[in-house]
Write a protein that binds this ligand. Structure first.
Ligand code: FAD
Length: 288
């Protein structure tokens, strides 16, 4: 059994300002350590060049779930367990709760955070498709100030993101739904039903009015270098009668916009096939 733990430094800043100042003083040197569920795996495997970590776990400014009439705002340190326990999230953002419930084990759900899931930038992460469907925005803070960015444009390629040295994710914000209810659909497909990294993760929502798909959003993980919104497939569904969609065309569009690969968990062919099937199942949900 492997038991390798290199020497490392860990500091616990007293508040967010102190953390940001530490990062600004030595850009790129100090790395945020939240739940540690991704970092500990890399550290122990000897795959983490970083040796200096800021323990942000106790930063109150990154905690809590705030609800206003317009938004639900989750601190970056919100854990999967906290997501699942929240009544308004369960009612209004069920895709995120499903993703949280299907992430890792109970231990990982108690410790793993949404901010960590986003900043780890894995194309196979499970919460990003739900965040894209809900049009989430993320707040990024640095010693010099704060900015909000749409989450859909945050990842620009494999492990690439709009986060500079010295910046932290402070919060994730989602607009509360208004008007007619959206039909929502989530499927994570892995080797097992629990404790498996996704072969493919599919989250989607659609609003059907008088039998027509008035609006639709579809996002997938594990099928491209970064989590992806399937805009071309969406275009072929929007405005159609839900019971009468030209499914094959939408599936072909989806197939063309994803770029799955063969890896240790699955094959490109299988992922493409399953993506098409999940789209068909989602369309059935819209029609039903
Ligand atoms: C056994 C196991 C099972 C898992 N199963 C799943 C799964 O099913 N689905 C899934 O998606 N993931 C899974 N994961 C991955 C992991 O649990 C998640 O990605 C988790 O959300 C990471 O959060 P964390 O707080 O532990 O991040 P950490 O490990 O603390 O950090 C991860 C990265 O994010 C950065 N970071 C953390 N917080 C911030 C912040 N606020 N601002 C800027 N950067 C930050 C860190 O510097 C680091 O680069 C699994 C992990 C393990 C060990």
């Amino acid at each position: 059994m492997r038991a390798y733990l290199p020497a490392y430094e860990m500091e616990t800043p007293r508040d967010l300002a102190a953390a940001l100042q530490r990062m600004a003083a030595e850009p790129g040197v100090w790395r945020a350590f939240a739940g540690g569920t991704d970092l500990m795996v890399l550290l122990e495997a000897g795959k983490l060049p970083h040796r200096k970590f800021l323990n942000i776990w106790n930063l109150a400014e990154l905690r809590g779930i705030a609800v206003s009439s317009e938004h639900v705002t989750l601190g970056a340190l919100t854990t999967y367990a906290e997501v699942q326990r929240h009544e308004i999230l369960a009612r209004e953002f069920p895709l995120l709760c499903r993703a949280a419930a299907e992430t890792g084990s109970v231990a990982t759900q108690n410790r793993g955070t949404l901010g960590g899931n986003i900043a780890n930038a894995s194309p196979a992460a499970d919460s990003p498709p739900a965040l894209i469907v809900y049009g989430a925005e993320i707040e990024i803070v640095a010693a010099g100030g704060a900015r909000w960015v749409p989450y859909a444009s945050f990842h620009s390629g494999y492990k690439q993101m709009n986060l500079r040295a010295g910046e932290l994710i402070r919060a994730i914000r989602m607009a509360r739904p208004r008007g007619a209810a959206w039909k929502q659909y989530f499927r994570k497909v892995g080797t097992r039903r629990a404790q498996a990294i996704s072969k493919i993760c599919f989250a989607a929502a659609g609003r059907v009015e008088s039998g027509r798909i008035a609006d639709v959003r579809i996002a997938l993980a594990s099928v491209a270098p970064a989590v992806l919104r399937a805009v071309r497939a969406e275009e072929l569904l929007r405005g159609r009668r839900a019971a009468d969609v030209y499914l094959r065309a939408a599936q072909d569009a989806l197939s063309a916009e994803i770029a799955p690969i063969d890896d240790m968990r699955s094959t490109a062919r299988y992922r493409r096939h399953v993506a098409r099937n999940l789209l068909a199942e989602f369309v059935e949900v819209l029609a039903g």
